[in-house]
Ligand binder design. Structure first.
Ligand SMILES: NC(=O)c1ccc[n+]([C@@H]2O[C@H](COP(=O)([O-])OP(=O)(O)OC[C@H]3O[C@@H](n4cnc5c(N)ncnc54)[C@H](OP(=O)(O)O)[C@@H]3O)[C@@H](O)[C@H]2O)c1
Length: 267
């Protein structure tokens, strides 16, 4: 797939951040877009902006942590466009708290339900249609899916689960024509940091990140689209992430230091 003109692409978590930027870039290529997020009002803004670029766009509000919503996402996409070429599992949430400060453990369940089970449910419902189109599954994971990250024990666990699931599925799908691309962004400017769940189970309300020093959502989307075009198996989107991946094999304590410093310096 060199470009996505006339391809049907479903993106979860498309109302903000990386998902919204992806939707806009794929709209510019002429993709047919099925866009999901929970808030219908915020999703509508992305739909309007994609339609303004001439794209055919369908909004499907829903919570990926609810299995029946995931089934409905796929049914609505098929009903509108008749086929499905790409599923981008992007919807996600995060946390910000040392493990020994956590008071409300329900965040660990929610992280797994949205980041891992949500992606699994959407993929399960999409798979028969992707086999017909010899399509592509995209998993927007994280560098925290490849290594540990402090303040993010539950998030890293959910992203490791996601990576393990999609790595295994890729092997099961060998020869089927369906490919799996795992995307591992580093820090990206988006709403996720402000909404990160703190030790008391409540959103932080403001970003702890030094946003001027981290990747924009537009750049993250550009690199993700490039990986999708290449059907790349794993795209680690920062030099630090790529260094950490290799250092882990020969000097794992160096990877720990890189992750420790990233959180300490907040960029
Ligand atoms: N930003 C980073 O630093 C970073 C780094 C690595 C990986 N990532 C990953 O990139 C993905 C996108 O994150 P982002 O940074 O763009 O976050 P964001 O700005 O907070 O956007 C998250 C999107 O997901 C939607 N969403 C959240 N929970 C959902 C649910 N249960 N069902 C359906 N949609 C849901 C949100 O809309 P509603 O709230 O209306 O549902 C929103 O559209 C996530 O998987 C995240 O883990 C982000």
């Amino acid at each position: 797939m060199n470009n996505f003109a006339n391809r049907t692409v479903l993106i979860t978590g498309a109302s903000e951040g990386i998902g919204r930027a992806l939707a806009l870039q794929l709209a510019a290529q002429g993709a047919r877009l099925a866009l999901n997020a929970r808030s219908a009002a915020r999703l509508e803004e992305t739909v309007r902006d994609c339609a303004a670029q001439g794209a055919q766009v369908l909004a499907i509000p829903g919570d990926v942590a609810q299995r029946q919503d995931c089934q409905r996402l796929i049914e609505a996409t098929l009903a509108r466009f008749g086929d499905l070429d790409v599923v981008v599992n992007n919807a996600g949430i995060t946390m910000w708290s040392r493990f020994d400060a956590v008071q409300d453990f329900s965040v660990f369940e929610r992280l797994l339900a949205v980041n891992y089970l949500g992606a699994m449910y959407v993929t399960a419902a999409a798979l028969p249609h992707l086999k017909r189109s010899r399509g592509l599954i995209v998993a927007v994971a994280s560098v925290a899916g490849l290594t540990g990250v402090p303040e993010r024990t539950g998030y890293a666990a959910s992203k490791h689960a996601m990576v393990g699931f999609f790595e295994s599925l890729r092997i099961e799908l060998l020869g089927s024509g369906v490919d799996v691309s795992i995307i591992a962004p580093d820090f990206v400017v988006s709403q996720i940091h402000r909404r990160a769940v703190g030790p008391d189970g409540k959103p932080l309300g403001q970003t702890p990140m030094q946003e001027a020093r981290i990747m924009t959502a537009e750049e993250c989307a550009r690199l993700t689209v490039r990986a999708m075009q290449r059907r790349q198996r794993l795209a680690i989107l920062s030099p630090r992430g790529r260094l950490g991946r290799w250092a882990r094999l020969v000097a794992p304590h160096l990877t720990d230091r890189i992750a420790q410093r990233a959180i300490r310096d907040r960029h």
